[in-house]
Design a protein around this ligand. Structure first.
Ligand code: SAH
Length: 221
């Protein structure tokens, strides 16, 4: 971010009114959202809309989530500076940029090559380093760097992909939208002494997670 950032005021208003006023209290999360230039993660012409209270199209039928939903998911991950984090669904790279400011290691998996390349470009333009974007089926997780202290799934799945639960560290947290095609329940899983506790966080609507342990039907891109 430079001092000539034309959207600094919009971003400040977004954090105060859409995020803090709705109950997000983690100061590290609020600071990260003030820091990351969200307008650099949306298509050309959508820069101002980047700070509105809604998701936006990012191409190839995919979306960047509404700022408030990003904040809820990020806060619930409960990140510490040394944590290893896995994101499934890089999309624009915006969520990954926030994670990079809050954790130690960030790996983000994207199924679509073109989307992954765009995410890499967006992160570079925003000056974010320390995110590794991997092209592949994120429903299988990413075994080479497992286990993870936190896993965030930013596409919707009929159930929590088993490999992700396996790759969660002791004490690890996983956040994912789980349920039917159109809208789902956001759930948090916490692994303690090998057991998994599930906490519901409310209703959300995400694009589908397509892969071996997600949606496998025809007709999904
Ligand atoms: N976190 C993103 C938004 C993600 S949109 C952001 O901050 O902008 C959901 C993304 O998940 C899409 O880009 C879609 O291509 C991707 N996706 C769907 N199924 C996937 C899978 N099995 N593995 C990895 N990515 C997947």
């Amino acid at each position: 971010m430079t001092k000539t950032d034309p959207y600094e005021r919009e971003r400040e208003a977004m954090v105060e009114h859409q995020i803090r006023d709705r109950g997000i209290r983690d100061e590290r999360v609020l600071a990260a959202m003030r820091e990351v230039p969200r307008h650099l993660f949306v298509p050309k012409g959508y820069e101002r809309a980047a700070y509105e209270d809604r998701p936006l199209p990012i191409g190839e039928g995919q979306t960047i989530s509404q700022p408030y939903i990003v904040a809820v998911m990020t806060e619930q991950l409960g990140l510490a500076p040394q944590d290893r984090v896995l994101e499934i669904g890089s999309g624009s790279g915006y969520q990954a940029a926030l994670l990079a400011g809050l954790a130690g290691t960030v790996i983000s998996i994207e199924r679509l090559e073109g989307v992954a390349e765009q995410a890499r470009e967006n992160l570079a333009r925003a000056g974010v380093t320390g995110v590794r974007i991997v092209v592949g089926d994120g429903t299988e997780g990413y075994p080479p760097e497992a286990p993870y202290d936190a896993i965030i799934v930013t596409a919707a799945s009929p159930g929590v992909p088993e490999p992700l639960i396996e790759q969660l560290a002791e004490g690890g947290r996983l956040i994912a939208p789980i349920g039917p095609r159109d809208c789902q329940d956001l759930v948090k899983l916490v692994k303690r002494e090998g057991k998994v506790e599930t906490i519901p966080l409310g209703g959300v609507c995400f694009v589908p997670l397509i892969g071996q342990f997600g949606w496998r039907g025809e007709g999904f891109r």
